[in-house]
Write a protein that binds this ligand. Structure first.
Ligand code: ZN
Length: 297
């Protein structure tokens, strides 16, 4: 089944915030939140955390799938609001957050959204003030979540260098960020290999060996049952197909990257109206994917 990432997904898992930017909360004895989307969402996540958990049991840990502004944006806010909250991410993400230019970029990308949804954060300090990572998460780490639950960290680069997936073997549940691509409105899979095609495929191969009953996507959807089990294989096929299509377009246009981007934008974005992303970030990511293929990365 494909469900909207909102509310209680199963006994130990809730999606909080909004389906566009879900935080996935695993409520064991030691609750953990996975991802904290854009800055303006901070107060919403906080309100829902308090609603689901008691004040004394607020999460002590927030793990990030990657360093993009729509996955890590509300982290500084939550750190200010939840005493003792430790934030975990890949070492490469920690490095990114230390760069003033990266912080500036996150602030820039967040600004229009903060403006648009100002009413959600009235009187609150939601600014992305930089982010200190407290726990460096490495491939293969197994973390105790209490109540018999564990979380395995799997390095899944390819969307970004710092992409991590989190697997909860006792629940057969996977939080994969954008390492597995995204769905459009028609449940067509759009691959997200913006840093490396080769790494992205390797990451999917690794994920394809897991038993998955619940797959939590980075935006909008959670898959269960057969849909969850079959998804990674389908994502791999869609990834290979998309690369082949980019290669054909590159050959047709004699390597003109801009022409290829325009053509795919028209065919996939403009003509279908199915893509659940604003045109600007879609275009930026599309151009990155075409460059990755053109450069054989
Ligand atoms: Zn991303």
């Amino acid at each position: 089944m494909i469900v909207t990432s909102r509310g209680r997904l199963q006994e130990f898992i809730h999606a909080i915030g909004a389906a566009e930017l879900p935080g996935y909360l695993v409520t064991g004895a030691m609750p953990v939140l996975f991802d904290a989307g854009m800055t303006f969402m901070g107060p919403l996540y906080m309100a829902e955390l308090k609603e689901i958990l008691t004040d004394s049991n607020l999460p002590r840990r927030l793990f990030l799938t990657h360093s993009h502004f729509d996955h890590a944006g509300a982290s500084p806010y939550l750190k200010r609001r939840i005493p003792g909250l430790k934030i975990g991410a890949a070492a490469a993400a920690a490095e990114t957050f230390r760069k003033p230019r990266a912080v500036e970029l996150i602030r820039d990308l967040s600004a229009p959204w903060e403006e648009k949804y100002r009413f959600l954060a009235e009187g609150e300090d939601i600014a992305f003030s930089g982010l200190e990572i407290d726990l460096l998460l490495e491939d293969g780490m197994e973390l105790e979540l209490g109540a018999g639950l564990t979380c395995r960290v799997i390095a899944t680069p390819g969307h970004t260098r710092d992409s991590l997936s989190f697997y909860l073997p006792e629940l057969k549940a996977l939080i994969a960020g954008e390492a597995v691509g995204v769905f459009d409105r028609n449940f067509r899979i759009h691959p997200e290999f913006t840093s490396s095609y080769r790494d992205y495929v390797d990451s999917l191969e690794i994920l394809s060996s897991l038993a998955i009953d619940t797959l939590m996507m980075s935006h909008f959807f959670t898959l269960t049952g057969t849909d969850a089990r079959d998804y990674v294989g389908k994502s791999l096929a869609a990834t290979r197909e998309f690369k082949a299509r980019i290669e054909r377009c590159l050959a047709d246009s004699h390597g003109d990257l801009r022409e290829v981007a325009e053509r795919i934008f028209q065919e996939d974005y403009a003509a279908t109206g199915a893509i659940l992303q604003d045109a600007r970030p879609y275009r930026i990511n599309l151009e990155a994917k075409i460059r990755v293929v053109a450069e054989g990365r």
